[in-house]
Design a protein around this ligand. Structure first.
Ligand SMILES: Cc1cc2nc3c(=O)[nH]c(=O)nc-3n(C[C@H](O)[C@H](O)[C@H](O)COP(=O)(O)OP(=O)(O)OC[C@H]3O[C@@H](n4cnc5c(N)ncnc54)[C@H](O)[C@@H]3O)c2cc1C
Ligand code: SF4
Ligand code: SF4
Length: 622
């Protein structure tokens, strides 16, 4: 058999035919190991361990053995999340009633929450006339109510409060959960194993999962060591692959979304974990929510962990409009705002990461169940954008499915759409997750008409329990990118500036009036250096590229090239021909390119296909 990239089409076909797709049967097949799957597997394996003789938990595919439960995670580490977490931990504490923060590395009991409006200390932020006027009057009383160019709200709005909650690192939390679940010996979790798609039945049900092919070239054609991805057949497939997972996307593409639902609201969360200098006075468990800077649309956070560590980050939303969504540089300006810098200055960058958030909530909820499958977590629309909370909700939906599966197994009833609806979906609808989702459903519509309108809409929804809100149509994500000619001119100037090898994001921000970042090699480091420190970016060889430009002619005509400006790892760059080029080795797998494309071949989705892939940036501290 021939091998290598030079293989011709005929030998490719011969090799593909010679390697038959392997297949195996398990009882439950799961995709993705985030908080949602943590909740599911914790609930299920506890019950299995407490009742080892219960025939309900006997395997149907391996007689005499306990139920075979397999979970596949694409990242090569089970601690690969990216999220600073402040959470009420309602669902998490229900699973661990005796939980003490000290049991989980980097976790702290929530002590104090502050909300700050940040003024623009450098004069580059794009502020509307209304905001400029407000800032002007605020500055008049600088000595009375401003400190470090920030106004602290005298109270934390109830909707943001996480009283009695926890501050955590998602990487550490996932690892803590995984170690308990795997110690039971009742579930196998396979990291570094991307799932490419669900196996559909003729009746639109799901019969299991197909793992990604290995030993293929970038385009997916068989190459050296070709190994077709295994088909893992199961009675129930649990889908918890987060906001941009390939399995969730395939289900949405095949089944569509319920009437009136759409997934059009997104944000990129980018964060750093910073070690504070000796003698720092920031108490562990302190939480800051900020708004107003570096752009009015960008919300930020700072959470203090034990041992002088903080998570600091920003959210760049799809409704920002501007095609220049250069999160990495924005994050640098954010941490240098005087209100934060007084704590962070002289700190050391420990790790860094980025990840998309699906912000449509209940409005983007897909079909939660079908014959042979159930969806949990953020990909199932559980994230609450009124309270800014996703981890606890994801966890709770996982536990609800765990309880439902136990009930069905004990009753000897199959995993049909109807049975899953009457057990899992019913529990979810009756729970606090659903109540919160309904309150939050329209809370953010106003942002599509501007920041002030958006904040008013959120406040109204929060005060009225979701009954009152601000109306507004939400266009598809590509239409939310509003190119203004002046901004495009700036972009074109910046493109010329990168001829010297500068990354586009740097040139863009400088061209927009932002001061240069003075790198210090410790906290303020270049994008490329950040990829090398505090974590690992790995692109395992042998997998196909997971970022695909669907229609190159659209890229050719595209002026905005938001995909380049937004790319968290500089993995998408402007190629020599002016078209975007993708470099898998730099991709941090944030998923932002999925919704940061200015064009659409079909009127709804952007011009980028974001598929299952290995690698990404992993740090246990994120
Ligand atoms: C910067 C940032 C800050 C945040 N701050 C907070 C906060 O303070 N409080 C809060 O509650 N929430 C916060 N969130 C949101 C929170 O992180 C998410 O809501 C939560 O992680 C969702 O959990 P999940 O299990 O549904 O999905 P995820 O955590 O996304 O887990 C899904 C898993 O599936 C895997 N996967 C995806 N595709 C495949 C595939 N094809 N094959 C195999 N595996 C796959 C992924 O690698 C991932 O590990 C924040 C998010 C970000 C990005
Ligand atoms: S992927 Fe989208 S944003 Fe990027 S160049 Fe192509 S059409 Fe433009
Ligand atoms: S190419 Fe990778 S790093 Fe860049 S936006 Fe897409 S997923 Fe994120």
């Amino acid at each position: 058999m021939s091998s290598g990239a030079g293989m011709d089409a005929v030998s490719e076909q011969v090799q593909a035919e010679a390697c038959e797709r392997p297949s195996m049967e398990v009882d439950l097949a799961c995709v993705g190991f985030g908080p949602a799957m943590g909740g599911f597997l914790t609930t299920l394996t506890r019950e299995m361990a407490d009742h080892p003789e219960d025939p309900a938990f006997a395997s149907k595919v391996m007689p005499g053995m306990p139920m075979q439960v397999l979970c596949y995670e694409r990242a090569d580490d089970l601690a690969a999340g990216v999220s600073g977490v402040v959470t009420r931990a309602q669902g998490i504490r229900a699973s661990f009633p005796e939980l003490k923060a000290a049991e989980i590395p980097m976790a702290a009991e929530l002590k104090r929450e502050r909300v700050l409006y940040l003024l623009d200390p450098v004069g580059a932020s794009r502020r509307s006339a209304v905001l400029r006027t407000a800032d002007f009057f605020l500055r008049l009383g600088r000595k009375l109510w401003l400190k470090d160019d920030a106004l602290e709200l005298p109270w934390t709005p109830g909707l943001l409060h996480k009283r009695g909650g926890l501050v955590m690192s998602i990487g550490q939390f996932n690892q803590w959960v995984a170690s308990q679940v795997t110690a039971s010996g009742l579930v196998q979790i396979w990291p570094g194993t991307p799932v490419s798609e669900p196996i559909f039945t003729a009746e639109q049900g799901v019969a299991g999962l197909r793992l990604a092919d290995q030993g293929v070239d970038k385009a997916g054609a068989p190459s050296e060591g070709y190994m077709p991805g295994m088909d893992v057949r199961a009675q129930l497939t649990v889908v918890g692959d987060g906001p941009v997972g390939a399995v969730g996307q395939a289900l949405d593409a095949r089944l569509g979304l319920p009437e009136g639902h759409a997934r059009r609201e997104w944000a990129l969360g980018m964060k750093m974990v910073i070690e504070l200098p000796e003698g720092s006075e920031l108490e562990p468990g302190t939480v800051w929510h900020t708004f107003g800077y570096p752009e009015p649309e960008i919300f930020g956070f700072m959470y203090a962990h034990p041992e002088r560590l903080v998570s600091v980050g920003i959210f760049v939303p799809s409704w920002m409009g501007d095609p220049m969504r250069t999160a990495y540089r924005y994050l640098h300006h954010y941490i240098q705002h005087p209100a934060l810098w007084r704590y962070l200055k002289d700190g050391t960058l420990r790790s860094w990461g980025a990840k998309s958030l699906e912000e449509s909530g209940r409005h983007g909820e897909p079909f939660l169940v079908g014959d042979g499958f159930a969806r949990i977590g953020e990909g199932s629309g559980s994230t609450n954008m009124l309270t800014g909370s996703g981890v606890d909700e994801a966890w709770a939906t996982g536990t609800q499915l765990g309880e439902a599966v136990i009930e069905l197994l004990r009753a000897g009833r199959p995993f049909t759409r109807e049975n899953l609806a009457n057990t899992y979906e019913k529990r979810r609808r009756a729970s606090w997750v659903e109540r919160g989702a309904r309150e939050a459903e329209k809370a953010r519509n106003g942002f599509h008409g501007g920041v002030v309108r958006g904040l008013v809409g959120m406040a109204l929804a929060g005060l009225s329990g979701g009954r009152v809100g601000v109306g507004g149509q939400i266009p598809p994500a590509h239409q939310q990118i509003k190119a203004s000619w002046s901004r495009l001119k700036i972009k074109n100037g910046a493109v010329l500036a990168v001829a010297d090898g500068r990354p586009l994001h740097d040139a863009l921000m400088t061209a927009c009036g932002w001061p240069e970042i003075e790198f210090d090699g410790r906290l303020l480091v270049s994008h490329q250096d950040a990829l090398l420190m505090g974590g690992k970016v790995q692109a395992m060889p042998g997998f196909a590229d997971h970022v695909i430009f669907r229609d190159r002619s659209l890229c050719f005509a595209c002026e905005e090239q938001t995909c380049v400006a937004m790319c968290s790892g500089q993995a998408i760059t402007r190629g020599v021909d002016g078209l975007p080029a993708f470099e898998r080795e730099k991709c941090v797998y944030c998923g932002a390119c999925l919704w940061n494309c200015a064009q659409s071949p079909d009127g709804e989705r952007g011009n980028i296909d974001f598929r299952a892939g290995a690698g990404g940036l992993h740090s246990v501290q994120n």
